[in-house]
Design a protein around this ligand. Structure first.
Ligand code: ZN
Length: 186
């Protein structure tokens, strides 16, 4: 009888570990709020936007994806962020919010390098947040996830997939101050 109980426990554990691999993290208000606090820990000295969730705070016409409008407002949609998280991997949504925070820094300091560098500079900021998340907050690296996400949403003002890849990694290596002051042109 005791042996049977142990076997059931082992099966349950196996199912839990499969579930952890198979399903992405849930992106909800709590996840987004926690992420904003984390980003504020490293970017808060440069910009302090409020992150609005599912409110079309930037006047988006449809379901919100992720926008920064002005220095104080970031507007995101949980469905969009959950899709990124489920498709590209855990913490993809954190990388996206880090990118938007990069725009808040640009708006705060009136930095506008023109497109596509406005977007690539935000990618750079996003990459630098990932470095902080890994080194200081002890997250497993989600740099590859962020790069996959950025590449997937490339084109137009956002630059090419290769550019988004390059600037996300450059920001990871060089930090947000260099992103804002010494952005290379590639
Ligand atoms: Zn952007």
């Amino acid at each position: 009888m005791k042996k049977k109980v142990i076997k059931v426990a082992a099966i349950t554990l196996a199912l839990i570990s499969v579930a952890q691999v198979a399903y992405a993290m849930t992106v909800n208000g709590a996840y987004i709020s926690k992420t904003a606090t984390e980003i504020r820990g490293v970017f808060g000295r440069y910009a302090n936007p409020t992150v609005y969730v599912d409110q079309r705070a930037c006047g988006e016409p449809g379901v919100p994806d992720a926008h920064a409008c002005g220095p104080y407002t970031i507007s995101v949609g949980t469905a969009f962020l959950q899709h990124a998280e489920s498709t590209y991997g855990n913490y993809a949504a954190k990388a996206i919010i880090g990118h938007e925070w990069g725009h808040s820094i640009q708006f705060t300091y009136n930095i506008n390098p023109g497109q596509p560098y406005m977007e690539l500079q935000a990618d750079c900021a996003g990459g630098s947040f990932i470095r902080y998340a890994v080194d200081t907050l002890r997250y497993p690296s989600f740099l590859a996830t962020a790069v996959s996400t950025a590449r997937a949403y490339a084109g137009g003002d956002h630059g090419t997939p290769a550019q988004r890849d390059y600037y996300t990694r450059w920001g990871y290596s060089n930090g947000v101050v260099k992103c804002m002051n010494n952005l290379p042109r590639v």
